[in-house]
Design a protein around this ligand. Structure first.
Ligand code: GDP
Ligand code: ZN
Length: 298
């Protein structure tokens, strides 16, 4: 048996990259019997059913014999074994909304996927004091990279982050995700800019999730990933677990189960007063907390 990774799936076929070749595979019936469905990103064991040199089609044929246990699994986009999400925002246009950035971060923490923040378009005049944002998120425990996909500033650094990992780019439309990917790896040839915006939208519904292999090792998801988010099925009391900067104060509040909002002798509130926690993040925490509280539960 040979081991590889499913990089795309079309009409019941799974395309598995293994040892430098892509095999067109069917999943064995036993998976269906067990209610298991292979996912893009799955590490799988395959056997080759068609020998090298036969001329049936563009791909050698194989069959999936085994799906290895998943590290994680996203529902939307449907993909398994993702190592990291690079959240891209622009310092110019479209304008940055930290509230959206925090939602992305919460989402990544919920999924257990490492998040890194990329501030693109630093070649343009910024609409925000992005140095303050860099400092604030760095203080919170995130890595922040200031880049310009246009001039190439720090593009090498981002390329280095992707090596040997399975990554996706997330962020609002227009921030430069496709441009950045093209700058990182021209062989990927993604569509960018206004010209393609319409096509991209049109294609969106029929488009298949696909992992693009890098020449240097690693994969990147070719969909824009998450462009907007909403909270689902999360309890207000759970929210604090996804603010990583709260971790080190655990157990230090007077009340167990402290929501860090109204309670006296709260270690988080003290940390805010001492400027140890980025205030903007905390304000968003309160705002989400209240939103979640107001959702009626049945
Ligand atoms: P996406 O929707 O996030 O994939 O964004 P695109 O990659 O399609 O880029 C949106 C627009 O921003 C395009 O017109 C790009 O040329 C432009 N753009 C992308 N990166 C940069 C950058 O670093 N600097 C500047 N000035 N413009 C950029
Ligand atoms: Zn507290």
């Amino acid at each position: 048996m040979m081991y590889g990774k499913i990089i795309k799936g079309i009409a019941g076929f799974y395309y598995v990259q293994a040892e430098g070749t892509v095999y067109e595979c069917k999943a064995r019936g036993k998976f269906r019997a067990k209610g298991e469905t292979p996912l893009i990103g799955d590490k799988v064991g395959i056997t080759v059913t068609e020998y090298e040199g036969s001329e049936k089609g563009d791909y050698l044929q194989g069959s999936i014999e085994e799906i290895l246990p998943r590290d994680n699994k996203l529902i939307r986009p449907p993909v398994a074994n993702v190592d990291q999400g690079l959240i891209v925002f622009s310092v110019s246009y479209p304008q940055m909304h930290l509230d959206l950035l925090d939602r992305f971060l919460i989402m990544m923490e919920m999924e257990g996927i490492q998040a890194r923040i990329i501030l693109n378009k630093v070649d343009e005049e910024s609409q925000v004091d992005y140095q303050e944002i860099v400092d604030g998120y760095t203080k919170s425990g995130y890595e922040v990279y200031c880049v310009s996909a246009k001039t190439g500033h720090n593009v090498d650094t981002v390329r280095g982050l992707l090596k040997d990992k399975t990554s996706f780019f997330a962020g609002p439309s227009g921030v430069g995700k496709s441009t950045l990917l093209n700058a990182i790896s021209p062989e990927l040839k993604l569509q960018t800019g206004e010209v393609s915006a319409k096509i991209k939208r049109g294609k969106h519904t029929t488009r298949h999730v696909e992992l693009l292999p890098f020449d240097g090792g690693g994969y990147v998801l070719d969909t824009p990933g998450f462009t907007s988010l909403q909270f689902e099925e999360i309890d207000a009391q759970e929210l604090r677990e996804y603010f990583i900067e709260f971790d080190k104060y655990q157990g230090q509040c007077k009340f167990g189960g402290c929501s860090h909002i109204h309670e006296p002798n709260c270690a988080i509130k003290t940390a805010i007063d001492n400027d140890e926690i980025y205030k903007s993040r905390y304000d968003n925490y309160i705002s989400y907390y209240n939103q979640l509280k107001s959702i009626r539960r049945y």
